[in-house]
Design a protein around this ligand. Structure first.
Ligand SMILES: Cc1cc2nc3c(=O)[nH]c(=O)nc-3n(C[C@H](O)[C@H](O)[C@H](O)COP(=O)(O)OP(=O)(O)OC[C@H]3O[C@@H](n4cnc5c(N)ncnc54)[C@H](O)[C@@H]3O)c2cc1C
Length: 315
């Protein structure tokens, strides 16, 4: 039995309603290869801004009825197979400057977490090593309060800047950001532009040692070289999601080419040609089994965006 996903194509009309920009609009842009899971449909329009000013001008001048969302490196996202209506803004290398002033590092939102960690090494500043293993951008790290090995963005961020859906720039203090476990309280339709982070002076040998420890621990505990979104569910208060998933017998569970990792049961992986529908359905099955086994509700950490599509079954 074969299942085929009917992927949606968006009509070519939206681009003509969007403001003139210096960057690039791509109509019906496939997003699958832009996410870590390598699944999902298209963006009605993908916008790659030329720089920060281009992004701000777009937000100021776009029609108010056009929905938009931001994509960082797509390491915490499942794009549904029906794609995303409206505009997907991708912050990449054109908004990725990193500057060091004394003990502070200011990074634009498209900068890679890894590059910030490497900059902190060069500047002999400790405290940001955890970023080296998080495969995303600083914008995504702010949105998710990304963290690992006992540290999170909330421990190193001094301030950030974001633009709202009317193109107004906001300077945000750590209190305004109100970071919590894998979240912050900044409205979902604000786009982070940069973050200012603070490190503590140290030696490059100490920092290198910490970076190596982090890499070794990750290699030992997480599936490497797989298409995944990292931890699928947040840890419920007082519990580890992976332990609940194991106890419910879900390690290695499969749906099509989607699978609960044998190495880390809170990771879902695309072992071949999984669709987003397969991965999402597998995640829901895990949630149901955990609820039935322990009475605890798992909440998705991975952001699921876009429209589902119908699956056609052929025999
Ligand atoms: C192998 C692997 C390991 C991982 N390990 C960890 C880990 O140890 N710790 C951890 O916390 N996470 C981990 N993750 C998850 C993920 O890397 C983080 O959540 C990361 O911060 C997401 O960044 P991104 O740029 O890829 O964001 P995306 O996945 O592209 O987006 C995530 C969310 O952030 C929003 N967003 C992105 N950029 C901006 C912006 N500029 N302004 C406003 N909103 C924005 C998006 O709209 C979306 O809602 C892992 C993922 C993988 C695949």
């Amino acid at each position: 039995m074969n299942q085929s996903i009917m992927k949606k194509s968006f009509e070519n009309g939206l681009t003509s309603r969007l403001p003139q920009i210096r960057g690039i609009y791509t109509h019906n842009a496939s997003l699958g290869e832009k996410t870590w899971f390598r699944t999902g449909g298209a963006a009605e329009v993908l916008f790659d801004p030329a720089d920060k000013e281009d992004l701000v001008a777009f937000l100021k001048n776009k029609p108010t009825d056009v929905p938009f969302m931001v994509l960082g490196l797509g390491s915490n996202i499942l794009v549904r197979d029906g794609g995303i209506p409206g505009v997907v803004i991708r912050l990449g290398t054109t908004v990725s400057e990193i500057e060091v002033t004394d003990t502070r590092i200011r990074a634009e939102a498209g900068a890679l977490d890894y590059n910030v960690a490497m900059t902190s090494l060069k500047a002999s500043l400790t405290g940001m090593e955890f970023l080296s293993g998080i495969p995303g951008t600083i914008g995504g790290a702010l949105r998710m309060n990304a963290g690992a090995f006992g540290r999170e963005m909330k421990d190193i961020t001094l301030a950030a800047e974001a633009v709202d859906n009317a193109g107004v720039l906001h300077h945000l203090s750590i209190d305004d950001l109100a970071f919590d476990y894998r979240s912050c309280s900044v409205p979902e339709n604000w786009v982070f532009i940069n973050a200012t982070m603070e490190g503590t002076p140290s030696t490059t040998s100490e920092i290198s040692k910490r970076l190596t420890e982090i890499q070794t621990t990750r290699n030992d505990s997480q599936p490497r070289g797989f298409r995944t979104g990292g931890s699928t569910f947040v840890n419920p208060s007082g519990h580890k999601a992976w332990k609940l998933i194991d106890a419910a017998g879900c390690r290695g569970l499969k749906r099509g080419d989607a699978m609960v990792s044998e190495k880390h049961s809170n990771f879902l992986i695309n072992t071949g040609d999984a669709s987003t529908a397969d991965i999402e359905a597998l995640g829901e099955e895990v949630r149901n089994r955990v609820m039935a086994h322990s009475g605890i509700e798992l909440k998705w950490e991975i952001r699921r965006v876009g429209l589902p599509v119908n699956v056609e079954t052929h025999s």
